[in-house]
Ligand binder design. Structure first.
Ligand SMILES: [Fe+2]
Ligand SMILES: [Fe+2]
Length: 326
């Protein structure tokens, strides 16, 4: 999964003449394509924006396990169960890489997780939608991980070294996620009438939330300019969304399913699809806590955290024994 930019720094881009010599040198390194490393000097705004983005991204990976984890016990075959288990486990690993990347900026993982559990942190809005039928598992891999890849491939070029390296590793696993999702959709779409109907239903429900994953339209996205200048964000929301639509509509046609957006058309002049925006009021309601599953997700995360306390305590006790024995 990926970081959804939903909060704003509220400021425009700092102009060269407003920068201190240190800030100017920092910007020059970024413009030259250099990576910034944890011990390098960085502006406070850069550090804060990165912490917010990377931690939102980490939370999304972790919360993103819930809608799919819900189907592990109901996977129809042993093979599908093994694939789904591996995929959900990968997402836990992605969370781990990303929390570790955030920690290099001087925050603790425990504090970040606390923010999530107390409802102070954001994560991708898509995970507040339910997975209602087995085809949803295919549609999630194909559309949600597919949308995530568009963003994450771009983020491999981000200016912060640890984040960029985490992305490179994550992208390798994400292509398997999207692939297994599409494979499942191919089976369902070529199956019985009822299976094909399930595939269409999953697509219809997840199409719009998948478009929302790229964040609000560029014109309403005030935070973007400074993040782009710092190369914390390397692709605009609208650009990512367009890329996703262009790659996905031909895949829908290949499946023999109907595009949920009846107005979507290929513009032969631009070579891009024109499409309808998702409902942005719904998007803002969901990120502000009012989606179909927000409360459920938070309850499940808190329960998992509480249930795991004995294990964390055991690890800590073991570690202090080791230290005492040295
Ligand atoms: Fe992931
Ligand atoms: Fe994934």
């Amino acid at each position: 999964m990926y970081a959804q930019m939903v909060q704003s720094t509220g400021k425009g881009v700092k102009r060269l003449e407003e920068m201190s010599p240190q800030e100017r040198a920092f910007q020059a390194r970024i413009d030259a394509g250099e990576k910034i490393e944890p011990k390098d000097w960085m502006p406070e705004g850069y550090r804060k924006t990165l912490i917010r983005q990377i931690s939102q991204h980490a939370h999304s990976e972790v919360v993103g396990q819930l809608p799919e984890g819900n189907w592990i016990t109901r996977a129809p075959t042993l093979e599908r169960k093994a694939i789904l288990l591996a995929k959900v486990q990968d997402e836990a690993g992605h969370g781990l890489y990303l929390y570790a990347a955030a920690e290099t900026l001087g925050v603790s993982r425990a504090d970040l997780i606390d923010d999530l559990l107390m409802g102070r942190a954001k994560y991708s809005s898509i995970f507040n939608y339910p997975t209602l039928n087995w085809a949803d598992i295919g549609a999630v891999g194909w559309l949600v991980d597919g949308a995530a890849i568009v963003n994450q491939v771009a983020l491999q070029r981000t200016s912060y070294g640890p984040y960029s390296r985490a992305m490179i590793r994550i992208c390798k696993e994400e292509s398997f996620h999207a692939r297994q999702g599409y494979d499942l959709m191919m089976k369902m779409a070529a199956g019985t009438k009822a299976q094909k109907a399930m595939a269409q239903d999953a697509l219809n429900r997840l199409w719009w939330p998948a478009l929302m994953m790229f964040g609000p339209p560029d014109k309403d996205s005030v935070h973007s300019a400074q993040s782009m200048a710092w190369k914390i964000k390397v692709m605009s929301n609208d650009e990512g969304r367009q890329r996703f639509v262009d790659q996905t509509i031909p895949q829908i046609e290949y499946l023999g399913l109907e595009v949920p957006d009846k107005a979507a058309r290929l513009n032969p002049e631009t070579g891009h699809y024109e499409f309808t925006d998702p409902d942005w009021d719904e998007f803002f309601a969901v990120i502000n806590g009012d989606g179909p599953c927000n409360a459920d997700r938070m309850r499940a995360r808190n329960k998992a955290h509480d249930d795991g306390a004995w294990f964390r305590d055991g690890l800590m006790a073991h570690a202090s024994k080791q230290i005492a024995a040295e």
